[in-house]
Design a protein around this ligand. Structure first.
Ligand code: PLP
Length: 384
């Protein structure tokens, strides 16, 4: 867990800032528009696409948590990814990992096909392939660490240094970690993107996103573009997400504690052929995870040594782990990436990224871990 003041920053975001009534919890501003004080006398806010007190408070909290200069709250994580590409001109090169979230992959491949920018898809663990991509002088390098769903890590400090040598901006998708477990801007990245839908809000009741810039200058650019293309988030969603953020650190602590127990259960089961969790000493990036993360988190992927029929029976036997998209909520979820989160990738790209039909992804919730263990045991019994 982050050793600095992150817990305090998360709990205190906007607390006791209401000057009108002294409300301890900041009020929500649901208005779409604001009156002018007089002719040509705009107040701080004029229209809620451009600015809203509740949304701005969440943006400031995210910037504080990620140690950035400015945070722009968007309608979803995908909108935050889209917003980052507004920093690219037609002809600029964007380098992305071959194993990123399927929706991000779909967004970038389709925008590139329309000529918004050029795209190079690389395995960022392949140093030769990465060096080749960087030699083409990209304008932006995209990193997702740990990756969804296979929990592969990229050395953020190293890739930032190499990218800066060719003047590329580095964007890190920090959705799987949240600022409680990783702060990419302090490792050298220029921008951080979040699907706040996940751990940041943490209650599976809001779809939201955020793009945070390390510098004021880029912060101003993304704020301008967010209004121009209209991707800003709703005030009510921002209010709920601010509420979720207050418990981010204790939630993450419990997610991780439970995940570690389940990883052990999975690792010992004869029906499991592989467990992907950076907290395992056998994970190829365990040492890197210890260095660049403050913990290992609550996401676990594993491969069943089973036919697709058995995979379906395993999923059907689970009572607590809901078969559902998304992650990071207090409740436990399980996903079958090949047919769910990564269905937007064609089969060859999916298999190249290591997403096979027997791969499952757990978002480990904060229920009592004995109940989660029992649920997995019952599902294993169903395919014994
Ligand atoms: N990035 C990652 C790593 C994700 O897992 C997701 C969604 O699952 C997104 C971005 C997109 O976020 P949203 O669904 O809020 O648009």
């Amino acid at each position: 867990m982050s050793h600095d003041k992150t817990a305090t920053t998360a709990v205190r975001a906007g607390i006791d800032s209401d000057t009108q009534h002294g409300a301890v919890v900041p009020p929500i501003y649901l208005t779409s528009t604001y009156s002018f004080a007089g002719f040509d006398e705009k107040r701080q806010f004029d229209y809620s696409r451009s600015g809203n007190p509740t949304r701005n408070m969440l943006g400031a909290a995210m910037a504080d948590l990620e140690k950035g200069a400015h945070g722009v709250v968007t309608a979803c994580g995908t909108a935050a990814c889209h917003l980052a590409t507004m920093l690219l001109d037609a002809g600029d090169l964007l380098v992305i990992p071959h194993d990123c979230y399927g929706g991000t992959y779909r967004l970038f491949t389709n925008l590139a096909a329309k000529g918004h920018f050029r795209l190079e898809i690389v395995d960022q663990h392949d140093e030769v392939a990465l060096a080749k991509a960087l030699a083409q002088k990209p304008k932006m390098v995209w990193v997702e660490s740990p990756s969804n769903p296979l929990m592969r890590l990229v050395d953020i400090a190293k890739i930032s240094e190499l990218s800066h040598q060719v003047d590329a901006l580095v964007v890190v998708d920090n959705t799987f970690m949240s600022p409680a477990l990783q702060q990419p801007l302090t490792l050298g990245a220029d921008l951080v993107v979040h699907s706040t839908t996940k751990f940041v809000n943490g209650h599976s009741d809001v779809v939201g996103g955020c793009l945070i810039a390390k510098s004021e200058e880029i912060g101003e650019q993304i704020a301008w573009w967010s209004n121009c293309i209209g991707v800003t988030g709703a005030p009510f969603d921002s209010y709920l997400t601010l509420r979720g953020i207050r418990t981010l650190l204790p939630r993450i602590r419990q997610h991780e504690e439970n995940a570690k127990v389940l990883v052990e259960v999975l690792g010992q089961h004869p029906k499991v052929s592989a467990v992907h969790y950076p907290g395992l000493e056998s994970h190829p990036s365990h040492e890197l995870a210890k260095r660049q993360q403050f913990g290992f988190g609550g996401m676990v992927a594993f491969e069943l040594d089973a036919s697709l029929k058995e995979v379906k029976e395993f999923l059907a036997a689970l009572k607590l782990f809901c078969l559902a998209e998304s992650l990071g909520g207090v409740e436990s979820l399980i996903a079958h990436p090949a047919t769910m989160t990564h269905a937007a990738m064609d089969e060859s790209a999916r298999l190249a990224a290591g997403i096979t039909d027997n791969l499952l992804r757990l978002s480990v919730g904060i229920e009592h871990v004995d109940d989660l263990k029992a649920d997995l045991d019952a599902a294993f019994a169903a395919i014994a």
